[in-house]
Design a protein around this ligand. Structure first.
Ligand code: C2E
Ligand code: CA
Ligand code: CA
Ligand code: CA
Length: 281
């Protein structure tokens, strides 16, 4: 029905119903998506800003939906988290990423990335079987635990802090690294540095985006880098899109970067070709 023959109220009602239906549809499609092999991992390089060489890759989920086409995680991860489906999707993703990473080690030799970054959400960390699954998966693919960086966000702080910190400690004790993702977006950023057992900070794109236009951002970034240095944390700047940003970050002494300037996230076979190219950025 069109707005002209139903009136605004009906249109609003209809679009709400459509939204609810869309969500329910996505949810039920997602339950089948693993079996149907519809999930895929893309990889984005993380580059040493000093040498220009690829240091690691971050695995990022994609869903080739039979109807809607390639769907980004911003659409389906929140629903996966609410329904708990993130636990099985996340396990699939971790296994897949480790398998690919191990394959690169075998086939690409010294050109293979040395670090694999995988995102884990709060729901996954609250799954009591997670630590064992992670360790098993690493062993299964014959990887050393310190190759794996699990990326978490400060939203972990919301609840069950004591339990979450215990899980992170357990993972780190086994040699796995923990990265704080999206650093600088929340209000509690500083306290989470203090509370969380961490190995690296990923500075959010919103900070990097403003660094050339807002003078204060460079100063802010400089303090974050000094702080990370004091805490012995590795730093990755996210969302580097142009050379101007790159140069500022290099000048400030930021060690690692990630962003469209280097490469968008791409399927494994496409990202592979970058392992050989000498820093052209
Ligand atoms: P994230 O972990 O912060 O990942 C970085 C996001 O920034 C990615 O979006 C990436 O494509 C995008 N990005 C990278 N460089 C640039 C840039 O230069 N400019 C701009 N504008 N964007 C850039 P993507 O792939 O859509 O992922 C969105 C979020 O979904 C991720 O944010 C992460 O929180 C979540 N996610 C993705 N894969 C997984 C997964 O396997 N498990 C879980 N739990 N969450 C995931
Ligand atoms: Ca991430
Ligand atoms: Ca991030
Ligand atoms: Ca994010």
């Amino acid at each position: 029905a069109k707005a002209s023959d139903t009136g605004n109220y009906m249109v609003f009602d209809q679009s709400m119903r459509e939204q609810v239906q869309f969500r329910l549809q996505i949810e039920s499609d997602m339950r089948l998506a693993i079996e149907r092999n519809e999930f895929q991992l893309y990889y984005q390089p993380i580059v040493s800003l000093e040498s220009g060489k690829i240091d690691g890759v971050e695995a990022l989920l994609r869903w080739e939906h039979p109807l809607h086409g390639m769907t980004g995680p911003d659409i389906f991860i929140p629903i996966a988290e609410e329904t708990g489906l993130i636990n099985s999707i996340g396990k699939w993703g971790l296994d897949q990423a480790c398998q690919q990473f191990a394959k690169w080690k075998k086939t690409q030799g010294i050109h293979a990335p040395s670090i694999l970054h995988v995102n884990v959400s709060r729901k996954q960390l609250l799954d009591p079987g997670l630590t064992d699954f992670v360790l098993q998966t690493i062993r299964k693919h014959d990887l050393s635990p310190d190759c794996l960086h699990l990326e978490v966000t400060e939203s972990l702080m919301m609840q069950d802090q004591v339990y979450i910190i215990e899980i992170l400690r357990k993972l780190r004790k086994a040699g796995i690294k923990i990265d704080m993702d999206d650093f600088g977006t929340g209000y509690s950023s500083l306290s989470c540095l203090h509370e969380f057992p961490l190995d690296a900070l990923k500075i959010d794109r919103s900070l990097i985006m403003n660094v050339k236009h807002v003078h204060d951002y460079a100063a802010l970034l400089q303090s974050v880098l000094a702080l990370a240095d004091n805490l012995g944390l590795k730093v990755v700047a996210e969302g580097i899109e142009d050379t101007e940003q790159l140069i500022i970050l290099q000048t400030l002494g930021c060690e690692y970067g990630q962003g469209y300037l280097f490469s968008r996230p791409r399927p494994a076979d496409e990202i592979e070709t970058l392992f050989y190219s000498e820093a052209s950025w």
